[in-house]
Design a protein around this ligand. Sequence first.
Ligand SMILES: Nc1nc2c(ncn2[C@@H]2O[C@H](COP(=O)(O)OP(=O)(O)OP(=O)(O)O)[C@@H](O)[C@H]2O)c(=O)[nH]1
Ligand SMILES: [Mg+2]
Length: 422
Amino acid sequence: MFVDQVKIHVKAGNGGNGCISFRREKSVPRGGPNGGDGGKGGDVIAQAVEHLNTLVEQYYTQHYNAKNGEHGKGKNMHGADGEDMIIRVPPGTIITDAKTGEIIADLTSAGQTAILARGGRGGKGNTRFKSSTNQAPKVAEKGEPGEEKDLILELRLIADIGLVGYPNAGKSSILSRVSSAKPKVADYPFTTLVPVLGVVRIDEEKSFVLADIPGLIEGAHNGAGLGDEFLRHITRTRALIHVVDLASVDGRDPVDDYENINEELSLYDEKLAGLPQIVAGNKIDLPSAKDGLRKLERHLAKNSDRKVIPVSALTGEGIQTLLYSAYELLEGIPKAKEQEQIDVIEYSYEPIFNIEKQGGKYILSGKAVRRAVLMTDMENEFAVNLLHNKLKKMGIIRALQKAGAKDGDTIVVDDVEFTFMS
Ligand SMILES: Nc1nc2c(ncn2[C@@H]2O[C@H](COP(=O)(O)OP(=O)(O)OP(=O)(O)O)[C@@H](O)[C@H]2O)c(=O)[nH]1
Ligand SMILES: [Mg+2]
């Protein structure tokens, strides 16, 4: 099965809670604090792995959780960090946030990794709250919750060359002749429904990846026959082999076919239309192909510097010439595309905080505020005091007052509610 788009849910590990603990030794009646910090939660990480070429693993497993950090313990023992969760994906996978549409990672080559969801920071143990004024702090931070999100994984095939042409032109026949890929071949249009990749081996050291996509028809760039879906798969190829049925088996004209397909390419993406193109005139074994070949040759001589390579996927005639030309062409094209691409994009802009009034309650949001509140143990008076100081320093208490909040009003952060005190 070829799976090129899936939705998954990822949850990074929560940070472990900091510990509240005091030394207890016979000789020391009231020992100092010795609560350790919580461990960091594990990250959820995507890694591009060679030889994978579908997202089928993610199709079957849609939930990925990294491990939580362990809680801190007494005797200043820190909790262990939670283990990361690694998601193995094929090179060519683009990962976007399902809610915001933001691209989180673009993994183009094997070995690249990207953090998809960050594990929460471990909470500080009470040892860290010791100060000259408070020798025995009865307070510790809770662990920060790990990030959680829905993601869309999308696979873009990374083929060197894409085969384009009308349905029935013989694209799949060519791919199956030149590689060990076995795409379905039949004499009805749209035999190929999903893109198929094959590795073409010229000799021991020379090879390239060829992509067979379903046939294109007029309006493909707009989605006719799902054409835009298929064109998307070849946007990263470095060259195209344009397969034209010279024998007009389906009653069309080779010159019109050639022009129409090129028109569809440029309407979809000028870059695609501008790729180096080899024209493979197929079905040369059929008598009516001779005429078609002459027409197309004449047309190309007038309108471009491209030449037709006459081939027959059926008899194998001309196929070697086609492959060598393709390989030579590739050698002349630097693999600049990979450098153009950004390895990992990680940006998100979030204001420090935001206040919104809703039904008499004040909803607080923003990364820093959420972190401060969610890491506070609301049952613990000391912790709540610390939080109050933090919110004050961040200017949030003032901002809440400005927004109309009075003592006793309810403040909401995610699913935590607490009472406002100025
Ligand atoms: N005589 C002859 N028939 C061919 C040749 N190449 C392909 N065919 C036939 O043309 C028909 C279509 O071939 P496919 O390889 O399935 O064509 P395609 O371009 O992949 O078609 P779609 O997947 O529908 O876009 C099949 O019946 C093939 O046997 C050829 O060189 N000579
Ligand atoms: Mg096909």
